[in-house]
Ligand binder design. Structure first.
Ligand code: GLA
Length: 469
């Protein structure tokens, strides 16, 4: 029996196999409950993005795959009105908090803020409800943390689904994805919706072409001869510190580019570059970039004064709209200018590449897919300035080993690369990465845990663990 058949025979949702079930049971055993209590297990995968980087928060498409590494959250309802939280990994301490209408976050960087974010998201989504069950939860994950593979979204997705199950709530998968994407703002990252959408809607052996506003997906079969190699630079992509500041800065730069272009083209209500692309479907990227270059300087002062005067709006209202308020406020380092032109050039050219990539992948043209991935990396390194010397070195090693294309994946500033090659070349690519990168960066250490061939796996699902044999 092939794997999918085995799972159907056991009546498990896709993504659950004997191994995942055993993991869930081990975690479930850590929850103190009475014998007949209902215990739910929510499983959500991490992701690797093939192409379409830093486009989602501009409302423009992406092409990721859900991976075969997941976070499992086990949950049993309780009547204490509290969430009692444990993590199988001792690096993440246990937490307990009350379910209130507005849950106050822990200190920045606390892992449990992702759990709070997810629960706050569910509370906001079902705001008419008042009678919430508390939950005892245990978390276990095989998604490498801080490697740019979206371990945090896997945690928020699994938590939200487990918490909804405990409270007997159902939500359509697209709405769940949008809810969890919104909820992650709670931790202070003004991200797009890619990670949550692919974690929920991912499909085994498929990539997902995801479009936004409104959220919709098209599953694209991965060609059978394609291998995806993911390698972690071991440069920690710390999402709560400088990386968050740089990420949020890019969000502001892209939004400013969109507003200036909208103003120059006399279009009302443009907030993100996707608004423009949708309003002007026949205008090409190069043309838009030229219009932007003519409308404003390539760089603008970070205090937003110059931007406000170009847009003809009050500096204070632009500040409030772009940087938001309270604990999620974006603080811009004012010693550097905001790069408007370069960022827009990346996002608009990347959008063309993603659209092309979806067709090319579907047609099985791996060579061209690789070329698009290489061009994406170049644009991210040059125009978006989110690569690092170590990511560039890894990408080079992968290409030298025979990868058809290689690029940083995720937000960048550290984290992982993804390389595409013919399955017959996978070993050679890995060898080249080991020799050219890990042996130099981490002499003597076995590189096995840091790089592997990844497979596209199924999206998130929840099951009643107490009902499985
Ligand atoms: C992070 C964010 C995503 C996306 C990528 C960059 O992973 O969570 O929403 O913006 O960065 O493409």
């Amino acid at each position: 029996m092939v794997q999918a058949e085995k799972e159907t025979a056991m009546n498990l949702p896709d993504g659950w196999d004997a191994e995942e079930l055993a993991r869930a049971k081990l975690l479930g055993a850590k929850i103190p409950t009475s014998a007949n209590a209902q215990i739910f297990a929510a499983r959500a995968p991490g992701r690797v993005n093939l192409i379409g980087e830093h486009t989602d928060y501009s409302g423009l498409p992406v092409l990721p795959v859900a991976i075969d590494r997941s976070t499992i959250v086990i949950a049993a309802g309780n009547d204490t009105g509290e969430v009692e939280l444990a993590n199988a990994d001792p690096a993440w301490p246990a937490r307990r908090f009350e379910i209130e209408r507005h849950i106050a976050p822990y200190e920045t960087g606390d892992w449990a803020n992702y759990v709070k974010a997810a629960i706050q998201g569910v509370l906001d989504q079902f705001s008419a409800r008042s009678n919430w069950r508390g939950a005892s939860m245990v978390v276990g994950s095989t998604v490498p943390p801080a490697a740019g593979l979206s371990s945090s979204s896997a945690l928020t997705v699994a938590t939200a689904m487990a918490f909804m199950a405990v409270n007997q709530l159902k939500l359509d998968p697209l709405e769940t994805a949008a809810m969890v994407a919104r909820s992650e703002r709670y931790v202070g990252t003004h991200g797009g919706g890619m990670d949550q959408a692919v974690s929920i809607l991912g499909r085994r052996d498929h990539a997902l072409f995801i479009e936004f506003d409104p959220l919709r997906v098209r599953a694209i079969k991965m060609p059978a001869n394609a291998a995806l190699i993911v390698a972690d630079s071991r440069q920690i992509a710390d999402k709560s510190g400088t990386v968050r500041a740089e990420y949020n800065r890019r969000v502001v730069e892209c939004s400013l580019a969109a507003r200036i272009l909208g103003h120059a083209l006399k279009l009302d209500g443009v907030r993100i570059l996707g608004d423009l692309v949708r309003a002007l479907p026949h205008r090409n990227a190069a043309d838009l970039v030229e219009t932007l270059a003519a409308a404003a300087p390539a760089r603008l002062n970070a205090n937003l004064k110059e931007a406000a005067s170009i847009l003809g709006v009050a500096q204070s209202s632009l500040d409030a709209e772009l940087l938001s308020e309270g604990s999620t406020r974006i603080v811009l380092d004012s010693s550097r200018p905001l790069e408007i032109l370069k960022r827009a050039r990346h996002v608009l050219s990347e959008t063309n590449r993603v659209i092309r990539a979806a067709d090319v992948l579907e047609a099985g043209h791996l060579d061209e897919m690789g070329t698009l991935m290489n061009a994406s990396h170049q644009s991210l390194a040059g125009d978006f300035e989110c690569s690092t010397a170590r990511l560039d070195a890894l990408v080079e090693c992968a290409r030298r080993g025979g990868a058809l294309g290689a690029r940083l994946t995720g937000a960048g500033f550290g984290g992982s690369i993804v390389a595409l090659c013919d399955v017959t070349r996978a070993e050679a690519v890995i060898e080249s990465i080991d020799r050219g990168y890990y042996a130099q960066q981490h002499p003597g250490a076995p590189p096995e845990p840091w790089r592997a061939v990844f497979h596209s796996g199924a999206g998130a699902s929840v099951l009643d663990l107490s009902a499985t044999a």
